[in-house]
Design a protein around this ligand. Structure first.
Ligand code: NAP
Length: 294
């Protein structure tokens, strides 16, 4: 069994991005990311802080825009219009979830696709599905990079994705389905309507678990030598920890690792890749501007 170290891959990619950002800055275009956060949700705040810190480390310009939870949808849309037209900003990220009085779809659709570094705009999603050049969504893109890093063959592989969300399950299934390399896999997508999850996972060369439930994938559901990508991040109570919980994935790591050929840990697997791919898209966006394609 080999552990897939997301921290190491993320660090390598960030090193490359630092160099690309420095080249752009020397040519007068410092890649810039605007992060918009509404409200005080502690998890969202810590994600946003991590994004800003990562921008600083790579020499990217970051603009942190924090607004009260009561901000109106109209005000948020106006802010996005301003950022769309701001040449210092190459990527716009609106931290989700948004307060319930705001229509998230309308907000995402307002971001100009050339600055949609999250890859959530319908234009980006459509282009991804058609296999056209676009910004790929960060977590699925990070997963593909991890598979590439370990030379894990996806062509012809049976891949089972557990979860069909718009941010993980559906896009990763689509990306691995493309007639590209990596890609060209036979992909099955499972969800809560799937009759027998185990029947599917037992056939899989690669399992991508994105259900958001601890213990979704147990050792009896995995065939010998399978590759396991655990996207889930779940809190389980743990009195031995100061904060009263620990983070685990969707996979029963200790038992499943014995049967797998490669496995991602949680934390330290897919997680570090997500912010890295956001920075990747921001640098790419600035490079497109330099090339006159932004
Ligand atoms: P989500 O929107 O809640 O979607 C979960 C999906 O899993 C749904 O499609 C659901 O099916 C399916 N599902 C849930 N329980 C299942 C079960 N027992 N068997 C089969 N399918 C099941 O979650 P998400 O946003 O995709 O995130 C998934 C997990 O990844 C979460 O733990 C999240 O925190 C984590 N995550 C991590 C990162 C990272 O950077 N590491 C990034 C994004 C997400 P239905 O559609 O039928 O309800």
């Amino acid at each position: 069994m080999e552990l897939i170290d997301g921290k190491a891959t993320a660090a390598r990619i960030r090193g490359e991005l630092r160099e690309r950002a420095a080249k752009l800055t020397a040519q007068g275009i410092q890649p810039g990311l605007a992060v918009v956060l509404l409200g005080e949700d502690p998890a969202s705040r810590s994600y946003v802080t991590a994004k800003e810190k990562a921008c600083g480390e790579l020499g990217l310009y970051s603009r942190d825009i924090r607004k009260p939870a009561e901000t109106s949808e109209e005000e948020l849309l106006c802010l996005i219009d301003e950022l769309n037209g701001d040449p210092a900003i190459h990527g716009i990220l609106v931290q989700l979830p948004l307060p319930s009085h705001i229509n998230s779809d309308r907000v995402i659709e307002r971001i100009i696709p050339t600055k949609d570094v999250d890859g959530f705009h319908p234009v980006s999603v459509g282009k991804m599905m058609l296999g056209q050049e676009t910004f790929l969504p960060c977590t699925p893109h990070g997963i593909v990079k991890l598979l590439e890093e370990k030379n894990i063959e996806t062509s012809g592989a049976e891949i089972v994705v557990v979860g069909r969300s718009n941010i993980v399950g559906k896009p990763i299934a689509n990306m691995l389905l493309q007639k590209t390399r990596p890609g060209n896999a036979t992909v099955t997508v499972c969800h809560t309507g799937t009759k027998s999850l185990k029947e599917h996972t037992l056939r899989a060369d690669i399992i991508i678990a994105a259900a958001g439930r601890a213990g979704t994938i147990t050792a009896d559901m995995v065939r010998e030598g399978a590759v396991i990508i655990d996207v889930g991040v779940n809190r389980v109570p743990d009195d031995t920890k100061k904060r009263g919980y620990r983070l685990v994935g969707d996979v029963d790591f200790e038992a499943v690792k014995e049967k797998s050929s490669f496995i991602t840990p949680v934390p330290g697997g897919v997680g570090p890749m997500t912010i890295t791919m956001l920075l990747y898209n921001t640098v790419l966006s600035a490079e497109r501007v330099l090339a006159g394609r932004g």
